[in-house]
Design a protein around this ligand. Structure first.
Ligand SMILES: Cc1cc2nc3c(=O)[nH]c(=O)nc-3n(C[C@H](O)[C@H](O)[C@H](O)COP(=O)(O)OP(=O)(O)OC[C@H]3O[C@@H](n4cnc5c(N)ncnc54)[C@H](O)[C@@H]3O)c2cc1C
Length: 300
């Protein structure tokens, strides 16, 4: 069985920085694993600017930010990289089960850092009644389909939730010639960063309905519209659309740790970084946290 000083699960912004931090901390054998086919996690699909403002003092796009760390990793022989490989299970005996096209493999490690990112709240987790037709997407899924797959998801789009991902996708759809009929937000103020509100919503005059929510999805095979309710008056309106994009929040992805937690506490050899630890608004803070934690874990 192969043995490593540090196993890092997830090669997004957090995993890449943690691997470099571990090398800085003296680790000689680091294994960096990702189930995707490229480095960067969500970064390659984030083709907008706004990355690296505080870390590099430059306004980079997501893929460019990822490329900087990929180049550093290419010069780090201490880090073995496995893409297209999923970590299926972590065991208390400090081994992990990996699955790839080559089959199943168990590796041993001294410490493990989970950098698994976050999952999006799906429509099923929201209080939305009605049918479940085609044409309902989460914002990150929509971003991947549009930016990496080149797909068109609809012509008249409603976005539920006004966090950063929702705002960025509202602008992206508009630039692709779609009509974002409405962005619906239950709170009294938009959820995302002020810079995204200005650059993505106000600049393109996208209608933003605050104190409102989507209560029902309509359509059989394909979505035909949604019911939008005003949360102050209770008034409801049928809004025709052919796509609904939900941007209703992210949940840290920690499934691998579940069996190892005792009373909520992880074993001392296991750490969390990036969105897997808590949801970060900007990637720069992920990088700073992961570099430091990778270095610390290598020295433990
Ligand atoms: C749509 C969107 C727009 C954003 N816009 C900005 C912006 O403009 N500016 C900015 O600074 N920040 C922005 N951010 C925030 C920033 O990009 C993220 O906080 C950061 O990239 C998260 O990095 P991460 O490594 O924690 O997670 P991720 O990038 O999600 O990486 C997690 C990785 O773990 C892998 N993984 C998970 N489980 C397993 C497993 N069991 N086995 C193997 N691999 C696994 C996944 O495949 C994935 O590659 C944006 C984020 C999103 C989603």
């Amino acid at each position: 069985m192969e043995r490593y000083d540090l196993l890092i699960v997830g090669a997004g912004a957090a995993g890449m920085a943690a691997a470099l931090g571990a090398v800085r901390g003296g680790a000689a054998r680091v294994l960096l694993v990702d189930r995707g086919d490229r480095l960067g996690g969500v970064l390659p699909q984030c083709i907008h600017h706004g990355f690296g403002l505080s870390y590099f003092h430059e306004d980079l796009r997501g893929p460019d930010y990822a490329a900087r760390f990929a180049a550093l990793l290419a010069d780090a022989p201490e880090v073995a990289l496995r893409l297209d490989t999923t970590v299926l299970e972590l065991s208390a005996d400090r081994t992990a089960l990996l699955s790839s096209r080559a089959g199943l493999e168990r590796v041993a490690f001294r410490r493990c850092l989970l950098c698994c990112g976050a999952r999006e709240k799906p429509i099923g987790a929201l209080d939305v009644a009605g049918t479940r037709p085609a044409g309902v997407f989460t914002a990150g899924q929509a971003q991947k389909l549009v930016n990496l797959g080149g797909y068109d998801l609809g012509r008249r789009i409603v976005i539920l939730g006004s966090g950063d991902i929702g705002m960025i996708m509202a602008r992206r759809f508009t630039l692709r010639g779609c009509e974002v009929v409405m962005m619906v937000e239950q709170a009294a103020a938009p959820g995302g960063l002020a810079r995204n509100l200005h650059a993505c919503i106000e600049a393109y005059r996208i209608p933003l309905r605050l104190r409102a929510t989507v209560t029902q999805v309509h359509g059989a095979a394909r979505i035909t519209g949604v019911t939008v309710r005003d949360l102050d008056t209770g008034a409801e309106e049928l809004v025709p659309c052919d796509a609904l994009v939900t941007a209703a929040g992210l949940i840290p992805e920690r499934e691998l740790a579940r069996a190892l937690l005792h009373g909520g506490t992880p074993p001392d050899w296991l750490g969390f970084s990036g969105n897997c630890e808590h949801i970060h608004e900007i990637v720069d803070s992920v990088t700073v946290q992961a570099l430091a934690l990778g270095e610390r874990m290598a020295k433990m």
